[in-house]
Design a protein around this ligand. Structure first.
Ligand SMILES: [Zn+2]
Ligand SMILES: [Zn+2]
Length: 261
């Protein structure tokens, strides 16, 4: 069995790339992916009405400015440490509303890894917005809508991505799930498998909604889809968050892990 040795989901809008990669090295992680939100780039942010964005944190003017961060790593290479592999990536929002605009922006460059996430429902609501808590009907509708959007994302070729991130993030706002929830997840995992994508075991979700992440792991085992681990760190202390629990799920369910390409 291949154990997880990479953290494929990290941000650099609050702390710089050196502190994030240093933290990963200290924790024995062999490969780290930096995957900034496309909504942290000034151009698509000003043109596209993203419903879920960070209200603060660093904004990048261009891909050149972003990619420049990675060159700092070469300058700073520390002789005492075995070099950690750093992959250049993005976390790309999927919505049918702005699919094309996002695609033409992201595809200007070749990336080492791309993550796709659904941050907003069809009606534009942020998936983490907790205003419908406790309403069983709207909970069922929200989960059906969310998982349908995730399936559309998996089937879409708008960007050449590897991983669907935080696939149960809606649990943050909508902890009541439909009766057939596990079947919905098995179906999602099957679509993921069919399209050659991995589902993410997300460190932030592991910390807050572990039972939901375990249900994703079980669905992946049933559908034989691959998983990817990403801490979703926004600070050095969060790099590798949830890694041990993700490893325990990989062992328990005998999951296959996205290979490091
Ligand atoms: Zn996200
Ligand atoms: Zn993220």
């Amino acid at each position: 069995m291949v154990l997880i040795s990479s953290d494929n989901h990290n941000h650099i809008i609050y702390d710089d790339i050196l502190s994030m990669t240093h933290s990963a090295s200290m924790k024995g992680i062999q490969s780290i992916s930096i995957t900034e939100h496309i909504s942290q780039f000034r151009n698509p942010r000003s043109e596209i009405k993203f419903r879920s964005v960070h209200s603060n944190g660093r904004m990048f003017d261009s891909f050149e400015e972003y990619l420049n961060e990675f060159s700092k790593l070469e300058e700073e290479h520390d002789e005492d440490q075995s070099p950690i592999r750093v992959r250049k990536g993005l976390e790309v929002d999927f919505s049918p509303v702005f699919e094309e605009q996002v695609s033409s922006f992201v595809n200007q460059k070749k990336w080492d890894i791309l993550l796709v996430s659904v941050h907003e429902l069809s009606n534009g609501e942020d998936v983490e917005d907790r205003k419908v808590l406790g309403d069983p009907n709207s909970s069922v509708n929200r989960w059906n809508d969310y998982i349908n959007l995730e399936k559309r994302a998996l089937e879409s070729e708008f960007v050449p991505f590897d991983v669907l991130t935080h696939p149960i993030r809606l649990a943050r706002s909508t902890p009541n799930v439909p009766d057939n929830f596990d079947d919905l997840l098995v179906d999602l995992a099957a679509v993921s498998k069919e399209n050659g994508k991995a589902l993410e075991l997300n460190g932030n979700d592991i910390a807050r909604d572990f039972t939901f992440v375990e249900r994703i792991a079980r669905a992946c085992a049933r559908s034989k889809c691959r998983i990817s681990f990403g801490s979703d760190a926004h600070h050095p202390s969060e790099v590798g968050r949830g890694l041990e629990k993700a490893r325990s799920l990989v062992e328990k369910y005998n999951l296959s892990v996205l290979p490091e390409s």
